[in-house]
Design a protein around this ligand. Structure first.
Ligand code: CA
Length: 712
């Protein structure tokens, strides 16, 4: 990392307060190094507007890298010329501005020839996940962002962006190198990109940004890991690990994608590169163990829109796809998106000297339209491709080895002094805490629990008089019992668990009664904090229920078991081997988000071996409105479950699934239930409905489908 070392200072000034810092910046001369004292700098509106020289930049550095913490409502703006900022950590707060780090002071005062290095932003999230901000935005020209660590963005907006909104920010020559982009969980709508370069408005302008040797670790916010929306950029030597979606060449022409490693590690929806527009080159990359299909294939070449408006899909023209290795990948989609609007097939393009190995003995090529505009030559495939393109391939079941020198090692990115996140479950790594029955015994035990702990409940009655605010991952399980006695939980408030922060609960072996809940409508055993009430709605939640009994949730109407407040999000609600009886409302209620902006509240709702009896509303209501194609979810998978007497109140459907993108309903027994109401709003949802049985007098179709895609 030698070329990334800080320059020598001619003079060093140690500052201990924002006031002293401001004065030091004002007085700074080329070659000065302003050093921030170690410690926590709260609500620090940090501005470095200064002029150094190429030989003698003005440097702002932490006294010790990683020991200067900017928290609360802090932000950093850089402007001027030849400024370097190094060694800061942003955490425990969020930016009050639109950006955490801006390469400009204001719209007229930009940064040039400046650099941010060795800086960390972690979990610096606006607590309201619908509030949009961007952690790092580059403006100006010839700036460098290198060896930084950006991890855990949860709220709306890309993690990082390059803007081209004035001529001074175009043709910018920026370098984004050796950064660690840590996990970005599924956002649940558009706006979860990790990096965006340009916007559709300026997309026919060249950016000339180099993105080199960065590591993208589980960057899974939406279908675009990177949204390239400008011309003449280079993506070289980066690693994409277990990241959902693709590097998407969404707008703009003449971009080069070279020597990158896309390693899906077999994780769902992992993809490679999606090609749109003119003169894009994708060469010498390695695509391995990528399971994604369609918009998330290992390679996707889109169809365009004839005479496309600037914000739609320009035709692929002059694409060069050469020398790449595809190993163990599920899909190469050619002419993807072909429909009555996207009818312009790729032209003047080549697919040469690539090596293609699919999975399970199946060729990964899928042709959605006429591919005569792509010339196939000199390729090797382990499985015979479709006839229309087979002439450009030699079939060889043991093709040459992929190149070793693609991508970058995780350790070679970010900073050495700040840990990179582990691959842990929210329920791992804690202690077992034994709990005996009694009034409020559970909430008292919960108050002592740390992240990952497991409360082990002896059989008996647990009467809970308080709502438990859960901001960590915690398991609550039944102790082993010789006589089969179970812990029985009752609660006196509208909810028992209210999830915020990183709240996640795993429950197993318990009986829960709603009999003591308030005689009021709209109770829910598990709920999320409404944002307006509390400053830490925060992260993505997880609920796991196994071997659970829920009884007597009918003290009043609209009683649910799990629900989401508007603007909150569950990564996963997973139900196994559990029984639900006498529930007055919707059992799993994820339909508060009704604005039709493509936003939804649960990524995976899975129910396996569930039994539902005497349910007033639907078993599940999931709403994903809007028509954009930015999300893979929601997913609803219901298997080997029994529905008997569901939707008894107002003849509700067995389930209401609006805009669900991936649905499986298999092996279930329906009796005394109305068909599932399934509405297709966008995309091409994947659906499997099979091996279900129905009671006498029920409609023949288990699923009643309404398609509103055409009604634009
Ligand atoms: Ca997007």
């Amino acid at each position: 990392m030698g070329t990334y070392a800080l320059p020598e200072a001619t003079r060093t000034v140690l500052v201990k307060s924002p006031q002293a810092f401001r004065e030091a910046v004002k007085a700074a001369k080329p070659g000065d190094q302003i050093v921030l004292e170690n410690g926590i700098w709260l609500d620090f509106d940090m501005v470095v507007d200064a002029r150094g020289t190429a030989q003698r930049p003005i440097v702002v550095a932490a006294q010790d890298p990683g020991s200067v913490i900017l928290s609360g409502q802090s932000s950093l703006r850089i402007a001027g010329d030849h400024v370097v900022v190094s060694g800061l950590v942003f955490r425990d707060g969020y930016t009050p501005r639109a950006e955490v780090i801006s390469f400009r002071r204001d719209s007229k005062t930009l940064a040039f020839n400046s650099r941010v290095t060795q800086t960390v932003i972690e979990n610096y999230n606006n607590p309201d996940r619908s509030q949009r901000d961007i952690w790092v935005v580059m403006y100006g020209q010839n700036n460098v962002f290198d060896h930084n660590h950006l991890s855990g963005k949860l709220n709306s907006g890309p993690t990082m962006a390059v803007r081209l909104n004035t001529p001074d920010s175009q043709n910018n020559g920026h370098v984004i190198a050796h950064n660690y982009f840590g996990p970005r969980p599924v956002f649940g709508s558009n706006g979860g990109e990790t990096l965006r370069i340009g916007t559709s408005h300026y997309s026919l302008t060249n950016s000339n940004t180099l993105v080199e040797n960065n590591y993208f670790d589980r960057c899974s916010g939406e279908v675009e890991i990177i949204s390239n929306k400008s011309g003449s950029n280079t993506y070289r030597g980066n690693t994409f690990f277990r990241s959902r979606g693709t590097l998407t060449l969404r707008h703009g022409n003449g971009t080069l994608v070279e020597g990158n490693l896309f390693d899906g590690d077999g994780a769902p929806y992992t993809g490679g590169v999606r090609v749109i527009n003119a003169d894009q080159t994708v060469r010498d990359n390695h695509f391995v163990n990528l399971t994604g299909e369609r918009f998330s294939g290992a390679l996707v070449v889109m169809n365009g829109v004839p005479n496309s408006p600037i914000n739609r899909y320009h035709q692929v023209d002059g694409a060069v796809i050469a020398g790449n290795h595809f190993t163990g990948i599920t899909a190469i989609e050619l002419g993807e998106g072909s429909d009555s609007e996207r009818s312009a097939v790729p032209i003047n393009s080549v697919f040469e000297n690539n090596v293609v190995v699919g999975t399970g003995g199946v060729s990964p090529f899928r042709l959605h339209d006429d591919m005569a505009g792509i010339s196939f030559a000199g390729n090797v495939a382990a499985q015979l491709p479709p006839t229309a393109i087979a002439g450009g391939f030699t079939v060889n079941t043991t093709p040459s080895q992929p190149p070793a020198n693609v991508g970058v090692a995780r350790e070679a990115t970010g900073v050495a002094w700040y840990p990179k996140p582990a691959m842990a479950s929210p329920f791992d790594g804690g202690r077992d805490i034994a709990v005996a029955p009694g009034p409020d015994a559970l909430s008292m035990a919960m108050a002592t629990a740390d992240d990952g702990d497991r409360l082990v409940l002896a059989p008996g009655i647990y009467s809970e008089s308080k709502i438990m605010n859960v901001r960590i991952g915690v398991s609550i399980v039944a102790a082993q019992s010789r006589d089969g006695q179970r812990p029985i939980i009752s609660f006196e408030r509208p909810n028992l668990f209210l999830l915020s922060g990183n709240g996640a609960v795993r429950l197993s072996g318990l009986t829960v009664t709603g009999a003591n809940a308030p005689d009021a409508s709209g109770n829910s055993f598990i709920a999320t904090t409404a944002m307006a009430m509390n400053g830490s709605a925060g992260g993505n939640h997880v609920v796991e229920l196994s071997d659970m009994d829920f009884v007597d949730f009918d003290v009043n109407r609209g009683f649910s078991v799990v629900e989401a407040a508007k603007g909150t999000f569950y990564d996963r609600v997973a139900v196994k081997n559990s029984r639900f009886s006498d529930i007055s409302g919707t059992v799993f209620k994820f339909d508060a988000e009704t604005d039709d902006f493509g936003i939804y509240s649960v990524e995976y709702l899975t129910i396996d071996d569930g039994q539902f009896e005497r349910i007033g509303g639907p078993v599940a209501s999931v709403y994903r409105g809007g028509r954009d194609e930015s999300t893979f979810g929601p997913h609803v998978w219901v298997t080997d479950s029994a529905f008997d007497g569901v939707g008894t109140r107002g003849a509700a459907p067995a389930m209401v699934l609006h805009g669900v993108q991936n649905m499986a309903i298999t092996g279930n027994a329906f009796a005394n239930a109305n068909p599932i109401a399934f509405t297709i709003t966008t995309g091409k949802p994947k659906t499997v409905v099979a091996d279900n049985t129905r009671g006498a007098g029920m409609a023949v179709d288990m699923v009643s489908t309404t398609d509103v895609r055409a009604a634009k």
